[in-house]
Design a protein around this ligand. Structure first.
Ligand code: SF4
Length: 397
């Protein structure tokens, strides 16, 4: 079992990778969500058994030490301590885990509050089994936003879950959503000021997006909910940048803000292109050359794993694919896109293409070229995905 250290600053280690474990159950469907999950937890024991088996089946796939283990979902806080312990134990049994891994559990406020009411020891139990980082899905501290999104928790539980968790965990992240229809600038500012006053050391903040086939999309089409306004979302993002900067957070990736020493090692490894295994239905993985993903269906997943077959599809990435990914993630992160790296990994044709394509954005001050590194300017930040798309290519070879 890992030590219960709260932080580790060596996430830049090269020979390291991660394991993502997808827990595909939720109490209820949030209206905006298009992740894979089931609202029936009948199959939870069988699913946990299958996750353990998949970890064993894939023990030779990760050639690096495991630096990060991430329980995402769905709602991992629906797992019992026993189930989480079993899964962490299975990782240790089958992989070489670094001495001081980051082990994150995504948790929903209502689970934290209700589990805490049943068990005094839940947080110390989490720590005992090695979990050293909590990522709490707050989304908003306001009832009207939570209701519109059909979250399972209420505003009081949002507050209480953080206060409870803080008694045991230093390394806490919360998710917040801005650009929600009806959310004024004042309400968004208040959300941020609550988070900042609670001294949460890491924030992941996302604009509400309307995904196809979601209830939110249908409600907007029927006029039940007003459409998402991109101009308002941009204002919210600008408020987010200034409020977090003033409070000493580092905006190390477009949506992620951390106090010194509290950057997510899991996310950073992902943006740096480190390998990771995706375990569980719909989970994605990357080995440096190809991406793979499991079937997004709990029944099919369990059946296939039981039969000893990985329900996995794989796509080998071409050189342009890898270049495009590097541009996309590089421009979203503080590190930017290194021209030297482009030359080294893709060749001079790619760097020439990149600089040529970047000319307009450089002229318009949306991009900055500094020390042979391309970065988005403050002005370009909210447009970074569009700016990156202008730099993409199909094939140069
Ligand atoms: S709890 Fe998370 S994964 Fe589950 S429906 Fe809501 S947003 Fe989606």
């Amino acid at each position: 079992m890992p030590k219960n250290t709260m932080l580790n600053h060596d996430y830049n280690r090269q020979n390291s990778g991660g394991i993502y474990i997808h827990i595909p159950f939720c109490k209820q469907a949030c209206h905006y969500c298009d992740f894979h999950f089931s609202t029936s937890i009948k199959k939870k024991p069988e699913l946990v058994e299958a996750l353990c088996k998949e970890l064993a089946m894939r023990k030779n796939e990760l050639k690096t030490e495991v630096e990060t283990i991430y329980f995402g979902g769905g709602t991992p806080s629906l797992l019992t301590i026993g189930e989480l312990q079993l899964l962490i134990g299975e990782v240790y049994k089958n992989f070489k885990v670094s001495e001081n891994p980051e082990i994150t559990l995504e948790a929903n406020p209502d689970d934290i509050v209700s589990v805490r009411a049943q068990s005094e020891t839940i947080f110390s139990d989490y720590k005992t089994i090695g979990i050293n980082r909590l990522s709490i899905g707050i989304q908003s501290f306001f009832e009207e936003d939570l209701k519109l999104m059909n979250r399972a928790h209420n505003a009081a539980e949002a507050l209480e879950s953080i206060k409870e968790a803080k008694q045991y965990f230093d390394n806490i992240s919360i998710d917040l959503i801005y650009g929600i229809p009806g959310m004024t600038n004042e309400r968004w500012k208040k959300n941020l000021s609550i988070a900042l006053s609670l001294q949460v050391p890491h924030l992941s903040c996302y604009a509400l997006t309307v995904e196809p086939k979601t209830a939110l999309k249908k409600f907007i089409e029927k006029g039940i909910v007003p459409p998402v306004d991109e101009a308002v979302a941009k204002q919210h993002y600008e408020i987010l940048l200034s409020e977090t900067e003033r409070a000493g957070y580092d905006n190390y990736e477009f949506s992620n803000f951390g106090k010194p020493g509290f950057h997510s090692r899991n996310n950073t490894a992902y943006w740096e292109g480190k390998p990771y295994l995706g375990i569980g239905p719909s989970a994605h993985g990357y080995d440096g050359n190809s991406r793979s993903w499991n079937v997004s269906n709990n029944t099919k997943y369990i059946k296939s794993i039981k039969a000893g077959i990985l329900p996995l599809e794989t796509e080998t990435l071409s050189k342009p694919d890898k270049y495009n990914e590097y541009i996309m993630t590089g421009l979203r992160t503080k590190k930017g896109v290194s021209i030297e790296k482009v030359i080294r990994e893709f060749g001079p044709k790619y760097s020439e293409y990149l600089l040529k394509q970047a000319e307009d954005s450089l002229k318009n001050k949306l991009l900055i070229l500094e020390n042979q590194t391309l970065k988005v300017s403050k002005k370009g930040k909210f447009l970074s995905d569009g700016i990156a798309a202008d730099l993409f290519l199909v094939n140069l070879d």
